[in-house]
Design a protein around this ligand. Structure first.
Ligand code: 2AM
Ligand code: CA
Length: 266
């Protein structure tokens, strides 16, 4: 059985409740694809509503905690030692296009340290949880990062910059280097799930630039509690400040770090 701290219990309950609503909205989005205007406005309302459900549930259970959330930003509370970091809908572009790959991400910091994490895909009902020093789980199953040691056998995930966002030239250099020496590269569109998949040993590595703290907070703890390594793309610990991340297992992490660094310099 998964390790369920009181905080994780509260967080999974909130994620399941918000997830039920998100699934109903997702059904509606699929219907709206054929309208000329598309479902964009509907999705931004669904996103905000999911966030309100999560914040409401968590505030009820943990009055006084602080929040950093994607839509509303900072919500201050008197308990300065605790902060929830929340992405109500990670993988918004997938959701908008009727692609069932998105998640709710909730991290809890205590004294600035990430201690509990939930990433929940309501479509597949996959609940990823982690508690600091108590391991990471997918539903009832304990997670462990993949054991692969060689780049040639590894499958990497990333995020691709898009219209008006990110450094396209830098990404082309990185992709060029990684695709030449690995088994393949995937772009699934949800950083929180990409990290959860590294924790589950599905992806051997995940790297991306320009992410926000709420994309990363919960997933980083999942990877670490599954025995993996998370750093920024210089090998440091400034993921939340720089938005750059590399998550992998112990043998592959330094290899990917070197490969990506050299690619950017080329
Ligand atoms: P989102 O779906 O919550 O927007 C995909 O590459 C990852 O990048 C997703 O986790 C996505 O989160 C995030 N992302 C997408 N657009 C972004 C933007 N404009 N700024 C920062 N992160 C973004
Ligand atoms: Ca996000």
């Amino acid at each position: 059985m998964p390790y369920l701290s009181p905080a994780l219990n509260v967080m999974t309950t909130a994620a399941r409740k918000a997830g039920r609503k998100l699934i109903r909205d997702f059904g509606e989005v699929e219907n709206l694809q054929i309208s000329l205007k598309g479902p964009a406005d509907f999705v931004s309302v669904a996103d905000q509503r999911t966030e309100s459900i999560l914040v409401g549930e968590l505030q009820k259970a943990r009055p006084g905690y602080n929040f950093l959330v994607e839509e509303a930003g900072v919500i201050e509370g008197p308990d300065k030692s605790h902060r929830f970091v929340i992405d109500p809908l990670d993988g918004t572009t997938n959701f908008l296009h009727g692609i069932p790959h998105f998640a709710i991400s909730i991290g809890l910091e205590r004294e600035g340290q990430m201690v509990s994490a939930v990433v929940y895909n309501p479509v597949t009902d996959e609940m990823y949880t982690a508690e600091k020093s108590h391991g990471a789980y997918l539903n009832d199953k304990r997670l462990r990062v993949a054991a692969r040691r060689e780049l040639r056998a590894s499958l990497a995930a990333t995020g691709i910059p898009f219209l008006g966002h990110g450094d396209h030239g830098r990404f082309e250099k990185e992709l060029h280097a990684v695709m030449a020496v690995t088994s393949g590269v995937r772009r699934f569109g949800s950083a929180a799930l990409d990290l959860a998949y590294v924790a589950a040993g599905r992806f051997d590595a995940f790297w991306e630039h320009d992410l926000k703290p709420w994309d990363l907070a919960a997933g980083m703890l999942l990877v670490r509690e599954a025995g993996g390594v998370v750093s920024d793309l210089e090998g440091g610990a400034r993921m939340l400040e720089t938005g750059a991340v590399l998550a992998s297992n112990e043998p592959l992490h330094p290899q990917f770090l070197k490969l990506l660094k050299e690619a950017r310099r080329s």
